[in-house]
Write a protein that binds this ligand. Structure first.
Ligand SMILES: *Cc1c(COP(=O)(O)O)cnc(C)c1O
Length: 677
């Protein structure tokens, strides 16, 4: 927690600077919640607009140029950024539901993927032109970010004009890369732990027209490579991953430095060079790679790393290696909270700044030593794959703190109840802080009186209701204040509702659970209406960790999200954005909630086209993952039912219904089908 608040503090300072610089933040006057304190509202009510929603959910900050809000108050998607048309996400979801694609639904926009690849390449082209860099950029996509076949097929296709390649971090990923990449001239970067087969396969792949570069990540791999190369009789293309002294910061900071899991220390690199020279293979060593971690929020960290790596590159060339490529790894960050700061959920630089810095630093280092500049390689995963998918899910219900106006206390009621009612009545703008403390104290007294047997259960309920009524009245006043006193900061959290969502955090947002990663989450409709509720999200699993209670904010992190009241019989849809990297494959089957339904949407001149539908797991499928045969299960239930029939414990009709439901369920989606639609 200490770490978190420190980071948040840093962000506070940075954000303030951003805010002052742009002075874009206006203060929003919120209408008073309920009628009880309407008389205290001095400012006139201002009706809620979509601009207010834009600002509240910060959609421009994290969503540009792909996501915005239309006049109907719905989120829209412009998959081609500012270059193409847009579609209404709410209407799209309704149309997909009519095609029997239930929520939760993962929607992939292949045009966004294409736009990300175009952007990254355009940024490097611009940087190369600006600095007259006498070399080229050849990016690769690290397959581990999202291995789904449809996505990799798209990536290869969209990457062709840029000779975009793929990076494998394991043997199974190498299998994908070799079979799927068919772009002559594109690089195949072979990272991760390697054994004999991995290395031999990678070397032989040269014969198929690939440019596979085997990156030495462990000191032992040097001998393995020399052996394999003798065995197959082909000279390998080699790279070496350096453990830089410059570490990333934050979550993935341990990816660099001497204690990092991967890479060679400088002495190990020198040993490798000596071994390769002995084997007469030093000309195979052509690439230097480093990866200082993912989501590098500060551009200064990127710069320092590139400067150090450029020097190592130059020195390797001086030692006689045939250096051709400098691979700057991943780390290009995504601005999840839209704050443009060095907070862990953000980044204080643009993709263009990043490309400028890579190109400028490398050029400078090489020019100083009169060395030909390398082909630049980056392994940006998060920056390419995050934006393309949107997870839409519905709210099943809420649990709220009661909002009823309490009946006046009579003389016969317990003193503590009369005190609470009196407090309730006396709440004003002038004394809200004081009355909050009084109410809290009286409530605590009531609970201890109950503990000693002086208060009945009904009386305790009455006391708690009065306490909530006080809090609600105070909350309405607090929301109108420019400044919230520290001791009242938790009030919104205390008063927040729980929104039960049709989703498994473990399956669809594992990093939110595992490492407290923030993703932008917001309603995709009703954005012309002020969201008067504050809520946290609870998922379908029976695990108390299956919740989301940290949300993006301009300053720090919010513990509650602004949401709308549910309307009876009307669905309420939320979406989680920027989850296209890492979440799908890291998701797990906790409580046996399986893969969600997935659709691939492509923009057409007339609207859109559903390119692929990948149905989510059925119960039968998830049960088979844990070795249950559904036929056996049905047979067990059938036998039990038969026995119960014999024993006259069940009627024939009941038994038919039970068996039918059981069988049908097995071939259905693991998530709940919402009633309100
Ligand atoms: C994970 C990883 C990447 C991708 O990093 P991003 O920050 O997602 O761009 C690139 N290279 C290596 C070696 C990795 O392990």
């Amino acid at each position: 927690m200490g770490k978190q608040s420190k980071a948040a503090g840093d962000k506070g300072a940075e954000k303030e600077a951003t805010q002052n610089a742009t002075s874009a933040v206006k203060s929003v006057v919120r209408p008073v919640d309920g009628q009880t304190v309407a008389a205290d509202a001095e400012q006139p009510k201002k009706s809620w607009t979509i601009e207010d929603s834009e600002e509240l959910y910060r959609i421009q900050g994290w969503g540009e140029p792909y996501f915005s809000i239309n006049a109907a108050g719905h989120v829209t998607v412009s998959p081609q950024g500012d270059r193409g048309g847009s579609l209404d996400l709410f209407e799209l979801v309704n149309a997909l539901k009519q095609r029997n694609l239930g929520l939760p639904l993962l929607i992939r926009f292949s045009d966004i993927l294409e736009d990300r690849i175009e952007r990254l390449n355009a940024c490097f082209s611009r940087a190369i032109a600006r600095y007259n860099y006498p070399g080229v950029y050849r990016g690769v996509f690290p397959v581990k970010c999202n291995q789904q076949r449809h996505l990799i097929e798209d990536l290869v296709r969209f990457g062709k004009p840029h000779l975009f390649g793929l990076e494998a971090g394991s043997k199974p990923e190498l299998m994908i890369v070799l079979a799927m990449l068919d772009t002559p001239g594109a690089l195949v970067i072979c990272n991760g732990y390697k054994d004999k087969e991995y290395i031999e396969t990678a070397i032989l792949a040269q014969r198929l027209g690939y440019t596979p570069i085997i990156v030495l990540e462990q000191a032992e791999e040097v001998d393995l490579v020399i052996e394999a190369s003798h065995k197959v009789g082909i000279k390998p293309l080699l790279g070496v991953r350096a453990k830089l002294n410059n570490k990333g910061i934050g979550r993935w900071g341990m990816s660099a430095g001497d204690r990092a899991k991967f890479g060679l220390t400088i002495p190990e690199i020198i040993n490798a060079v000596d071994r390769l020279k002995e084997a007469d293979m030093l000309d195979s060593l052509q690439l230097l790679h480093f990866h200082i971690g993912s989501q590098i929020s500060a551009i200064s960290v990127v710069k320092d790393a590139i400067r150090e790596a450029s020097q190592i590159y130059v020195e390797l060339a001086k030692l006689g290696a045939n250096m051709q490529y400098l691979d700057v790894g991943g780390g290009l960050a995504v601005d999840y909270d839209g704050s443009k700061t060095n907070f862990h959920a953000s980044k204080n630089y643009s993709m263009q700044n990043y490309a400028y810095d890579v190109v400028a630093e490398v050029k400078e280092a090489c020019e100083e030593k009169g060395l030909t500049v390398p082909t630049l390689v980056s392994e940006s995963g998060r920056a390419i794959a995050s934006h393309q998918s949107v997870l839409v899910f519905d709210v099943l219900g809420t649990s709220d703190v009661s909002s009823e106006v309490p009946a006046p206390a009579n003389d016969k009621e317990h003193l503590i109840i009369r005190n609470l009612y009196e407090t309730y009545q006396s709440i004003r703008v002038e004394n809200y802080q004081e009355t909050y403390h009084d109410a809290t104290q009286f409530k605590e007294e009531a609970i201890s009186l109950f503990g000693f047997g002086y208060l009945s259960l009904t009386e305790r309920a009455r006391a708690e209701r009065l306490y909530w009524a006080c809090c609600r009245k105070i909350q309405a006043i607090v929301r109108q204040q420019e400044y919230v006193p520290d001791d009242l900061e938790d009030l919104e959290k205390i008063m927040s509702s729980i929104y039960y969502v049709n989703l498994s955090v473990f399956q669809s947002a594992p990093d939110s659970w595992a490492i407290d990663q923030l993703f932008p989450i917001m309603p995709i409709h009703r954005l012309r209406e002020e969201p008067l509720q504050r809520g946290t999200l609870a998922d379908l699993t029976c695990d108390s960790d299956g919740k989301i209670d940290q949300f993006i904010d301009l300053r720090d992190v919010k513990s509650v999200l602004e949401l709308h009241d549910l309307h009876p019989q009307e669905p309420y849809y939320l979406a989680m954005f920027l989850g296209g990297a890492y979440q799908e494959i890291m998701g797990n089957l906790h409580n046996l909630f399986g893969d969600t339904n997935t659709v691939h949407i492509k923009l057409t001149p007339k609207g859109y086209e559903i390119e692929h539908v990948v149905k989510g797991d059925t119960m039968k499928e998830v049960l088979s993952y844990v070795q249950y045969d559904s036929e056996d299960l049905i047979e067990n239930i059938r036998r039990r039912t038969e026995q119960a029939l014999q024993d006259h414990q069940i009627t024939l009709q009941e038994s038919q219904m039970l068996l039918q439901n059981y069988e049908q369920s097995l071939s259905q989606y693991t998530y709940l089908s919402s009633s309100a639609s």
